[in-house]
Design a protein around this ligand. Structure first.
Ligand code: MN
Length: 749
């Protein structure tokens, strides 16, 4: 059990003098570079780190504490953000490498520091065995994992010291770490605007990745040093005098370019080193602040171009339009003495701080920075907000809650082997499984996230390491559709469901065919579709699917079909009976000499005739007349539902009638149409009736329920043939399972 108090008091562990001195130097740098310093915090962080690493040594052989001490020093000097970051630098390796736990950090210091250490610990694991060819993804991962901006800052300082001490590692490790630094860290450092740190990292990378070119460049620089210094001096001196006499306060110096940028120039422009060395670079840093400083930049630019001839196309104005990472400067290239080219940078002290330290410079120096890069803008807005009032509670909240979620829309997931995959945020293990392979997705039965079992509907987080557990017996679950977010997973699951559906349908059809032939039934698909509709199935496919998947008993279908046959038989028998009775009646009427009334579709002048609205007879229908109490003869269809009653009970009023000839008269007929409720069925229906058959529609009403479509059409037709044509044509519309003539409700009985 570790006693925090005894560690902090230093009981039983004497700090070696050289490290005590380094600590004091660190504190001195903090006082110089940071807005405020909690010295006690830094001393305690040092004590805990010293104690935790007491038995560890670096590859170089020195005591391990030298590393966190140097990281803290780099942090203060090159980033200079705040004292909490310094404490975090001192403690950055303790949780990963020693017995100290996060809980210990939280209890001994606070939650904030513990969360930074947690981020640092996680992040160091994030690069292990990573495929850095997907560098941009790994960089995004780093940013999305950082719960606090200082996690990234300390990581930069840590990496710089690792690069500085890379010489003590075996060669293969040197190469790997240098490559990792070049692909992952330098672009990020650039994005944050840590130029000086980025340049140092790049130069170390060059030394380990391209040692020959590194030697060539450093040797070349050394050999030409005196000559170059002399030339720079000859350029600077007259300029210095002129600027001083004009009253400027400034710093002017020859700027040594970073080795890596020289290397890049060599490669890109394919130029010999001597030619690149022939370009000199100087920088003028003005003391003026704000808009006055800006104005001074332009005045100095004007003076330089008075003294030396500029190359116009090399002029760049990053003062009016800063770079996305906040960088500001005026760049120009002029012809110096002997016609040699000199690159000149002009900037204010504030701009210089930002150019060197990036966003961290805002901590100390207020500067209005414009940017159209959204990500950086957010970051800078945050820093700016902090600067409004660094003392306020609000500012502290900001630091604590700030998350570097620059990539909200994507998450980064690892396989157990360390391969990186990008998924949309909200993705589940099922999405991940399908992303790996369709077979993995289809057979997944479970998932482990960071070693723990989770439900398949679990929402993955950036950095999660996901292991998919599969089983040959497992098949996709239709419920997965509810939580998957990727197109691939969704379409594969749907595909599977449809396939299963088709299989079940064909199974259902087979089962029906067998069962119906055993029952001695011969049923057409059309008839079966009518029965299905009556059983409230939207279509035959659904019926077969439900039979095939055991949701509906095929025996019930047999029963329903038999019942339907019986009903039809009964209806036919009833009609036959009726017809027989009517024919008998007609015979008897004729035999008694009663004349048959001829009707021609028009109202008789002498006899009032009318068409019964209970059955709407039309020419060609079998009809009879019924003498009503008012003396009007109503014409009914023989099949009218009121016919049996009238014929059998009021035979005395029945008059036999026949259609005489056909006239261009329109009769009303009503049809009931049933089928499946699919898109466009109504328009197909009206299209067929009104366009194809040129038939007028008096009214149309439709209702849909459970996927079943039911429509009542009232049409104007000329005669029965016309109506039959309409019915035949409607039956052929896709999805229509039944068309029946029916009588509108009337009261003509
Ligand atoms: Mn470290």
């Amino acid at each position: 059990m570790i006693e925090a108090s005894s560690i902090l008091k230093g009981n039983g562990l004497q700090v070696e003098t050289q490290y005590s001195i380094l600590l004091e130097e660190l504190l001195e740098l903090c006082r110089k570079n940071l807005p405020s310093v909690d010295e006690d915090l830094i001393r305690r962080a040092f004590r805990v780190s010293y104690w935790a690493h007491r038995n560890d040594r670096r590859a170089s052989g020195e005591l391990y504490i030298a590393h966190p001490l140097t990281v803290a020093r780099i942090y203060v000097e090159q980033i200079g953000f705040d004292d909490v970051g310094v404490a975090a630098s001192l403690l950055h390796d303790v949780v990963e490498d020693t017995e100290i736990s996060l809980e210990f950090i939280a209890a001994t210091f606070d939650e904030k520091l513990a969360s930074i250490i947690d981020g640092l610990t996680k992040m160091s694991g994030a690069f292990e065995n990573r495929d850095i060819t997907k560098a941009e993804n790994v960089r995004k991962l780093m940013l999305s994992m950082a719960s606090d901006i200082r996690v990234i800052f300390v990581k930069f300082a840590d990496r710089l010291h690792n690069m500085q001490t890379l010489g003590s590692l075996p060669a293969h490790k040197q190469f790997r770490i240098a490559s990792e630094t070049l692909t992952l860290f330098t672009p990020l450092a650039h994005r944050f605007g840590f130029h000086s740190l980025k340049n140092q990292l790049e130069d170390f990378c060059l030394a380990y990745i391209h040692p020959e070119e590194y030697d060539e460049i450093t040797t070349g620089l050394r050999n030409t040093q005196n000559d170059r210094d002399a030339y720079i001096k000859s350029f600077i001196e007259p300029l210095r005098e002129r600027l001083s006499s004009d009253g400027f306060k400034f710093d002017i110096y020859g700027r040594s370019k970073n080795l890596y940028s020289i290397y890049r120039k060599m490669k890109r422009q394919d130029k010999p080193l001597s030619e690149i060395f022939d370009i000199f670079a100087i920088r003028i840093v003005l003391e003026g602040e704000g808009s006055k400083g800006k104005e001074e930049c332009w005045r100095v630019y004007s003076i330089i171009t008075d003294l030396f001839k500029p190359i116009p196309e090399r002029f760049r104005d990053f003062v009016s339009v800063p770079k996305s990472n906040g960088y500001q400067s005026l760049h120009t290239t002029v012809f110096g003495p002997d016609g040699r080219r000199v690159e000149v940078q002009i900037r204010t002290r504030d701009m210089h701080e930002i150019a060197e330290k990036g966003v961290a410079a805002h901590w100390k120096y207020k500067e209005e920075v414009k940017s159209d890069d959204q990500e950086m803008d957010r970051l800078l807005t945050w820093v700016r907000d902090l600067l409004e009032d660094p003392e306020s509670e609000n500012a502290t909240e900001f630091v604590r809650d700030f998350r570097l979620n620059l990539y909200d829309e994507e998450i980064y997931i690892f396989t157990p082997k360390g391969d990186l995959f990008t998924l949309p945020s909200g993705a589940s293990p099922v999405d991940f499984a399908y992303l790996i392979h369709t077979q993995v997705g289809s057979h997944c039965i479970g998932a482990k996230v960071n070693g723990k079992m989770v439900p398949l509907s679990y929402r993955l987080k950036s950095g999660d390491q996901v292991e998919i557990i599969t089983s040959k017996k497992q098949t996709p679950n239709p419920d997965w559709i509810k939580f998957v977010v990727t197109q691939k997973a969704r379409s594969r699951i749907r595909h599977w469901i449809n396939q299963k559906r088709r299989e079940a349908q064909s199974l259902g059809r087979d089962s029906w065919n067998k069962r119906s032939s055993r029952a001695g039934l011969t049923v057409s698909d059309q008839e079966l579709a009518r029965v299905a509709t009556r059983l409230r199935f939207p279509n035959l496919e659904q019926l077969f699917f439900e039979i095939g998947s055991g949701l509906y008993d095929v025996n019930d279908l047999v029963k329903a079909v038999k019942a339907s046959h019986q009903e039809e038989l009964a209806a036919k028998q009833e009609e036959d009976t009726l017809r027989l009775q009517y024919e008998t009646f007609l015979d008897s009427a004729q035999s008694t000499g009663k004349p048959a009334l001829l009707i021609d579709g028009e109202l008789h002048s002498d006899i009032k005739t009318d068409y019964a609205t209970c059955c709407n007879p039309i020419p060609g229908d079998s009809v009879f007349g019924f003498l009503s109490r008012t003396g009007t003869i109503k014409i009914h269809r023989v099949s009218c539902r009121n016919a049996p009653n009238l014929i059998l009970n009021r035979a005395d009023r029945i008059i036999s009638v026949e259609w005489s000839r056909q006239k261009e008269v329109q009769f009303v007929a009503a049809l009931r149409v049933m089928g499946e409720d699919r898109v466009g069925i109504l328009s197909d229906l009206t299209q067929v009736v009104s366009k194809n058959l040129k038939t007028n529609i008096r009214s149309i009403t439709i209702s849909t329920e459970d996927g079943v479509f039911e429509g009542n059409l009232v049409l104007y037709v000329q005669d029965l043939d016309h109506l039959r044509r309409v019915i035949d044509r409607i039956k052929r519309i896709e999805g229509i399972h039944g068309v029946y003539r029916f009588e509108e409700q009337g009261d003509d009985a």
